[in-house]
Design a protein around this ligand. Structure first.
Ligand SMILES: NC(=O)c1ccc[n+]([C@@H]2O[C@H](COP(=O)([O-])OP(=O)(O)OC[C@H]3O[C@@H](n4cnc5c(N)ncnc54)[C@H](OP(=O)(O)O)[C@@H]3O)[C@@H](O)[C@H]2O)c1
Length: 217
């Protein structure tokens, strides 16, 4: 273990969690791994090498400063209840999209058209926890393939109401191999969730670089 940056845990090691953990290790960042099954976390830790370690969910949250909840929107709400004590005061990173299969091979939104997962999650936060909506603006495939892109990094948008964590989130996104761009507070979260104008599976439709992003932020 080699860095003195804030400690990151990735909870949930499916499509997104695996890529986030892998990117962080590529970015020379230590990562604590946990999922519903310890053996999944152990297997990934073994694959990723010395910067990664696997523990149970509760221990991962306790040890980390930053907790990336790479789980489904509904699971996140369950985890808030189950680990309310451990999550107190933590910086929670939420990549979730409020979607479910639509039965026709696509996805449908499971909350109101004008609602965002970010805003709903922000109202359920454990005591003293801080929230950043981040690391969910691209599909898992692009999150892997566009990481550490050269010569210009691809953008990852984020939103937070807490300006004191901007630099920490920017560093986390850079260590994932992307250029961070804050688009505003959590009330802007809908723009960077699936179907939003700044999501790969929304109006944006692709990865872009900072130069290609023309809007003021
Ligand atoms: N996939 C994408 O391209 C994409 C893009 C952007 C954002 N997102 C968002 O990212 C989140 C994760 O998506 P995903 O595609 O990575 O889902 P996924 O492949 O189903 O992964 C979810 C992970 O969470 C774990 N998990 C479930 N319940 C848990 C619990 N109680 N405690 C700890 N871990 C638990 C699962 O473990 P088990 O398999 O053992 O149940 C699995 O490893 C979702 O909110 C999604 O909307 C996904």
């Amino acid at each position: 273990m080699s860095t003195n940056k804030l400690k990151v845990a990735v909870i949930g090691l499916g499509n997104i969690g695996k890529v986030v953990a892998t990117n962080l290790v590529k970015g020379n960042r230590e990562v604590i791994l946990a999922s519903s099954k310890l053996e999944d976390a152990n297997a990934l830790a073994q694959q990723l090498g010395g910067l990664a370690k696997a523990v149970e969910v509760s221990a991962a949250i306790k040890e980390a400063d930053i907790v990336v909840l790479a789980v489904w929107f509904s699971t996140m709400q369950e985890l808030f209840k189950q680990y309310a004590t451990e999550l107190q005061g933590k910086l929670i990173v939420d990549p979730s999209n409020p979607i479910a299969p639509d039965g026709n091979g696509g996805f449908k939104k499971i909350i109101g058209a004008d609602e965002s997962a970010g805003q709903i999650i922000s109202e359920l936060l454990p005591k003293g926890a801080k929230l950043a909506k981040a690391l969910g603006t691209l599909g898992a495939a692009s999150l892997a393939s566009a990481a550490f892109q050269k010569p210009e990094a691809a953008v990852q948008f984020f939103a937070t109401d807490d300006n004191t964590i901007n630099t920490t989130i920017e560093e986390l996104i850079k260590d994932n191999g992307f250029e961070p761009v804050r688009i505003g507070g959590i009330n802007q979260s809908i723009r960077i969730e699936v179907f939003g104008d700044l999501h790969e599976f929304g109006a944006l439709g692709k990865t872009i670089t900072r130069k290609e992003f023309k809007q003021p932020v």
